[in-house]
Ligand binder design. Structure first.
Ligand SMILES: CC(C)(COP(=O)(O)OP(=O)(O)OC[C@H]1O[C@@H](n2cnc3c(N)ncnc32)[C@H](O)[C@@H]1OP(=O)(O)O)[C@@H](O)C(=O)NCCC(=O)NCCS
Length: 204
């Protein structure tokens, strides 16, 4: 059967990823995957960063990274809408600037990652992994049973990233993102965005 036509690309003007070979910053649809052996994987540069809880003066930077990653500060996931600005936000700071954000909220007794975004220039340097570990530590402190995340079927890099860090699929909401966008849009590597994939990591 012929694939359905893809009506438009994601209407997000900013690059989401960085080429691991040349460093070029890439809109989602321009990304492509390469498989390498462990020895030849292309890590990013070594970057010194710190992770801390966001404070009121981070608001503008948080709005900006949300705008670049998602186009707004309200995020639909797990069947509801989350407001990043009302969430528990952890920021990664490098060179005195915001390098990445993880926005967290309680959802049905679990800690949910509402948004995780690392600016392309800092990707591959451990910032995203450190933000996830800080979120897991917070869930552990609060004695929550799990940390969960929702991502889309196209975002192969994120699916790799989360499974490498102990997350396991538990639910797929097939077609829900087509309903959300009102059409089939192109995402990572031009893959049609259709499904919300939910993963969770147990917290001991
Ligand atoms: C997914 C994302 C949060 C990961 O953040 P990050 O800071 O690159 O994460 P890390 O550096 O800790 O780990 C990235 C992994 O990809 C590898 N990698 C190598 N080069 C890379 C590059 N240029 N860019 C990204 N990752 C690279 C890293 O080695 C690491 O792999 P490993 O698990 O085998 O060690 C980040 O790429 C991002 O913000 N993407 C766009 C938005 C997005 O997809 N968010 C998640 C949706 S829920």
């Amino acid at each position: 059967m012929a694939p359905e036509p893809i009506d438009s690309s994601m209407d997000v003007p900013y690059p989401q990823y960085r080429c691991a070979i040349c460093g070029k910053e890439l809109p989602l649809t321009e990304t492509r995957m390469t498989v390498t052996c462990h020895e030849h994987r292309a890590d990013g540069e070594v970057v010194a960063f710190e992770i801390r809880t966001a404070v009121a003066s981070d608001r503008h930077d948080i709005e900006e990274i949300c705008d670049r990653a998602w186009g707004e500060t309200e995020i639909d996931a797990f069947g509801r809408t989350f407001d990043v600005l009302a969430g528990h936000n952890l920021v990664a700071i490098a060179d005195g600037k915001l390098a990445g954000l993880i926005s967290l909220a309680l959802d049905h007794g679990e800690l949910a990652i509402v948004l995780l975004s690392v600016y392309p220039e800092y990707q591959g340097s451990g910032v995203g992994g450190a933000l996830v570990e800080a979120a897991a530590a917070l869930a552990s402190e609060r004695r929550l049973p799990s940390l969960k995340v929702a991502t889309s079927n196209d975002d192969i890099a994120a699916l790799y990233f989360y499974q490498r860090r102990g997350f396991v699929f538990y639910q797929i909401e097939a077609g829900t993102l087509v309903d959300h966008h009102g059409e089939v849009v192109s995402g990572f590597a031009d893959i049609p965005v259709r499904d919300e994939l939910r993963l969770r990591r147990p917290i001991c």
